[in-house]
Design a protein around this ligand. Structure first.
Ligand code: 5RP
Length: 252
């Protein structure tokens, strides 16, 4: 559903958290209230710091409702979250059709294209987005942009097989122009970040002008030998929820 953003009133009565965390909770709770239906049995759970609030709200739906459901994770973090919340864990190879997947995003544009992969999970996230009948994004207000590349993201996350990373870095230069792509390093530069699939991640800054055609850029990068998945999701989401500082939620 693409259209004019609308503002909703917060479902949140618990005022214990503040600031950005509150914004994330607002978005997540509202999205769960609007999109997790009693008849839904298979639910995809994304990754990142907003998704725990999705699970928090789902748990509040009650053990009886959730007993009949299976939850599919997008990676190690969401698997832990599902299990530690007492929800039933499943895998996408057992359940390749998902009723609804809820996931975070790094930026979402006015047409619901988005950049994902801040947590290096975008390959599995894209599989679960594609498997879902309904794919919903949840984020704080910083992620709500007109065009991709106009906020603070460090670039397009690109998962690559380790053997090919240097060549992909070189070839990205031809597609994206001057900005220099870099291999994502673990904290304290202990070595490259390794994904749940055993691959590396490149962050590729881009000129926002180039990104006005996100599908074209995504497809060009995906064609590079050694690229496994690109953190640009085009026309996959049905709606995006952003928690605002004033306690409202913007839906687009
Ligand atoms: C992980 C992702 C996350 O969903 C994205 O980075 C948003 O995370 P957060 O909710 O922490 O802002 O794509 O690969």
């Amino acid at each position: 559903r693409i259209g004019q953003p609308t503002k909703l009133v917060s479902p949140i009565k618990d005022q214990n958290i503040t600031g950005l965390e509150k914004s994330k909770q607002l978005a997540a709770w509202t999205a769960v209230d609007n999109h997790v239906k009693p008849e839904h049995r298979i639910i995809g759970i994304g990754s990142g710091s907003t998704v725990p609030y999705v699970v928090e709200r789902i748990v509040q739906l009650g053990a009886e409702a959730n007993q009949a459901r299976v939850f599919i994770p997008t990676g190690f973090q969401s698997k832990e979250l599902i299990v530690s919340s007492g929800l039933n864990l499943g895998d996408v190879d057992e359940y390749p059709t998902i009723d609804v997947t809820l996931d975070g995003a790094d930026e979402v544009d006015r047409e619901l294209n988005c950049i994902k992969g801040g947590g290096a999970c975008h390959l599995r996230e894209k599989v679960l987005a594609e498997a879902a009948t309904t794919f919903i994004l949840v984020a704080d207000h910083r992620k709500n942009v007109e065009f991709l590349g106009t906020s603070w993201t460090p670039g397009i996350p690109i998962e690559v097989v380790p053997f090919a990373y240097a060549k992909v870095l070189q070839n990205l230069h031809h597609i994206l122009g001057s900005p220099q792509a870099t291999l994502r390093m673990a904290v304290k530069k202990a070595g490259p970040v390794v994904t749940d699939n055993g691959n590396f991640v490149i962050d590729a800054p881009f000129d926002p002008e180039v990104m006005k055609k996100p599908y074209t850029i995504m497809a060009q990068i995906k064609m590079l030998t050694g690229v496994v998945e690109v953190g640009v999701f085009c026309h996959m989401a049905q709606a995006a929820y952003f928690g605002n500082e004033d306690g409202s939620v913007t839906v687009k």
